[in-house]
Design a protein. Sequence first.
Length: 255
Amino acid sequence: MNEFEKQLIEIAKGMDYPSTPDVAGFVSERLRPAKSPRFISKTWAWSLTIVLILLSSLMLIPPARAAILEFIQIGIVRIFPQPIEPTAEPTQTIAPITGTPISSLPFLETIAGKTTLEDAQEQVTYPILLPTYPADIGEPDYVFVQNADGNMTILVWLDPQNSESVLMSLHFVPDGSWAIEKVRPTTLEETTVNGVRAIWAVGPYPLRFTNGDLDFTRIVHGNVLIWADGTITYRLETNMSLEEAIQIAESLQNP
């Protein structure tokens, strides 16, 4: 065994071994105290100071302070509502119940998507509700279904006192449709429908015509009551009073 051990030692002397790691140096480096944090530059310090001064100044202005502090939190989304600026005399925009001032039948015949109430219900995935107020309102005289990133239903009732004019139109607009996103009506007043926030507004909306054109127009020359229920946004356009429009909206039922 002594001879064998001697041979192993001689062989080992001729072999290359990796260098011994600097364990002591590595441990010493870890034990050194952490470096002191770097201070921000003077330029950044001045920039932050100016921003803080501007924000402080804005908080002294009541409208700006309200815009900064008042928002609606829905999940992780913050919605900053725009201030409502009603007209000086909003009641002047409400006309008597006499339908539109011009003949509407030729115009209605140019709107694309004309169908029946039964066919319309088969084309859409939501229930087409009908009003029960006024008591003798009955079914709509015209029904249209138009695709606007989702099938939008339009119901039109003619004025019983003047069959050449429109009394009101009711739009059913599903979520995701650009028919709502592309239009920003002028708000006259905030109100509620069945306890849900609604707005009484004025403004055009998109309609597609039989010749292929798309235009922003109105069927009724009046105001529009806009509210949402679930995944559907409703637009009731009429020149009735706001009180009557709310009664119509709250009377919607599944036929």
